[in-house]
Design a protein around this ligand. Structure first.
Ligand code: NAD
Ligand code: TYD
Length: 361
C-alpha cells in the first residue's frame, strides 16, 4: 500500500452541498478540525428530513467567520446563482442527494428531481464560473454498478447496472458530471464509495436503526435471509478520501472508495447486539439477539457490493484506517453518548417513516 500525499489546498471558498446530512456534516467537521484547510466553507442545504443543523452546531459556533450556512434547494437554479455570486465559489463538493434506497422504492420522484436535476443545475452554474472554478467533486455510490455475485470486486471500469431508483438517479448524475468534463472541460472528479457508517447517520439506514432499536428493546428488522453483503467504510475514512481526490485527483477521473470490510447484514446485527449487551446490558437482562426479526425482502435487493480501491491507493496513496471492528465500537459508543442528538432526530419525519416501513412507531 502506498502512503498518502500531503495537502496544501489552493481552495478559498468551498461550496459543500448537503452539508447538514450524515457524510456532508462529517466532511465539514473533518476539513475544519482535522485538516489544515484555512479558507471558507459555504454549506448549502435544503434541510430535508435528512438534513439536521444540530449536526454542525459546534462548528457553527467555533468557526463563525469561516463556516457559512445557506438554506437552499439545488433544484432552484435562481437561488443557487445568487449563492455562487455572493460567495465567489472556487470549489464544489457535491453531497446533496436523496440517499435512501427504501424511500426511492416508495417515492422515486424526489430522487429524480434532487439527484438528477439538482446535479445538472450545479454543473451548469459551475460551468458559468469559467476559470474561477478549480474543482467540482461529485460524490457518488458503488450502487451504480449493480450487484455482484459471490466473487469479484467493483472496479472503475465496471459497467453501470443500477437496480434501484436511488442508484439509477445517482448513475444519471455521475454520467452528467462526466459529460461536463468531456464536453465543456469542467474540472470534474467523481468518487463511487461503498456503505458508510459512523456518527450523525440518520437512523433509517441499517446500522443506526439497529443500534437505536436495540437500545429501546424494539424488533431488529433484517431483510430476506440477512445474507446480503455490503463493504463498510467508516465515514471519516470517506471524508479523507474525498479531500485527497479534490486536491490530488486527476480531472475527469472516477475513483472507487471502499473499506475492505465485507460483511453480511445478519453478522453486523448480531455484532451490534453483542457489543451493546457487553457495554450496556438490557434492563431485563435479556440478550438482544432475541430481538432479531426477519422481514420481507426489499424489492430488487442487491446481493453483494465490494470495492477494488487500488486506483486511489496507487495514484493518491489513500487506504482506509479504521477496521470494521474498531469503527462499529466507536459508532455504538457515539450513539450512546449522544442521546440528545438521537432525541432531536426522532421527530415526526422519523416516526412517520418507521411506521410506514415497519408498521410500528
Ligand atoms: P443524507 O441523506 O444523510 O444527507 C443528504 C443531505 O442532502 C441532507 O442534509 C439533505 O437536507 C440534503 N438535500 C437533499 N435534497 C436536497 C436538495 N434538493 N437541495 C439541497 N440539499 C438537499 O445522505 P448521506 O448519507 O450523507 O450521503 C451524501 C452523499 O453521499 C449522497 O450523494 C450519497 O449518494 C453519497 N453516498 C452515500 C453513502 C452512504 O452510505 N450513506 C455511500 C456512498 C455515497
Ligand atoms: P442501507 O443501510 O439501507 O444501505 P443500502 O441499501 O444503501 O446498502 O441497508 C444496508 C443493508 O441492510 C441492505 O442490504 C439492506 C439491509 N437492511 C435490513 O436488513 N434491514 C433494515 O431495516 C435496513 C434499513 C436495511
Amino acid at each position: 500500500m502506498k502512503s498518502q500525499k500531503q495537502i496544501k489546498s489552493v481552495f478559498n471558498n468551498i461550496l459543500v452541498t448537503g452539508g447538514c446530512g450524515f457524510i456532508g456534516s462529517n466532511f465539514i467537521r473533518y476539513l475544519l478540525k482535522e485538516e489544515n484547510y484555512t479558507g471558507k466553507i459555504i454549506n448549502l442545504d435544503k434541510l430535508t428530513y435528512a438534513g439536521n443543523p444540530e449536526n454542525l452546531r459546534d462548528i457553527a459556533a467555533d468557526f463563525k467567520t469561516r463556516y457559512i450556512f445557506e438554506k437552499a434547494d439545488i433544484c432552484d437554479a435562481a437561488s443557487l446563482e445568487k449563492i455562487f455570486t455572493k460567495h465567489d465559489i472556487d470549489a464544489i463538493c457535491h453531497f446533496a442527494a436523496e440517499s435512501h434506497v427504501d424511500r426511492s422504492i416508495k417515492e422515486p420522484s424526489n430522487f429524480v428531481q434532487t439527484n438528477i436535476i439538482g446535479t445538472f443545475n450545479l454543473l451548469e452554474l459551475a460551468k458559468s464560473r469559467g476559470d474561477k472554478l478549480k474543482i467540482f467533486h461529485h460524490v457518488s455510490t458503488d450502487e451504480v454498478y449493480g450487484s455482484l455475485g459471490e466473487k469479484g470486486l467493483f472496479k472503475e471500469t465496471t459497467s453501470y447496472k443500477p437496480n434501484s431508483p436511488y442508484s439509477a438517479s445517482k448513475a444519471a448524475s455521475d454520467q452528467m458530471a462526466r459529460a461536463y468534463f468531456k464536453t465543456f472541460g469542467l474540472p470534474v472528479t467523481i468518487s463511487n464509495c461503498s456503505n458508510n457508517y459512523g456518527p450523525y447517520q440518520f437512523p433509517e439506514k441499517l446500522i443506526p436503526l439497529i443500534i437505536i432499536n436495540a437500545l429501546e428493546g424494539k424488533p431488529l428488522p433484517v431483510y430476506g435471509d440477512g445474507k446480503n453483503v455490503r463493504d463498510w467504510l467508516y465515514v471519516e475514512d470517506h471524508c479523507r478520501a474525498v479531500w485527497q481526490i479534490m486536491n490530488h485527483g486527476r480531472k475527469g477521473q472516477t475513483y472507487n472508495i471502499g473499506g475492505k470490510a465485507e460483511m453480511e447484514n445478519i453478522k453486523i446485527v448480531r455484532m451490534i447486539c453483542d457489543i451493546l449487551d457487553e457495554i450496556k446490558p438490557a434492563k431485563d437482562g435479556k440478550k438482544r439477539r432475541n430481538l432479531i426479526t426477519f422481514v420481507a425482502d426489499r424489492p430488487g435487493h442487491d446481493r453483494r457490493y465490494a470495492i477494488d480501491f487500488s486506483k486511489i491507493n496507487k495514484e493518491i496513496g489513500w487506504s482506509p484506517k479504521e477496521s470494521f471492528k474498531s469503527g462499529i465500537k466507536k459508532t455504538i459508543k457515539w450513539y450512546l453518548a449522544n442521546t440528545a442528538w438521537v432525541k432531536s432526530i426522532k421527530t415526526g419525519a422519523y416516526n412517520d417513516w418507521i411506521r410506514q416501513q415497519y408498521g410500528e412507531s
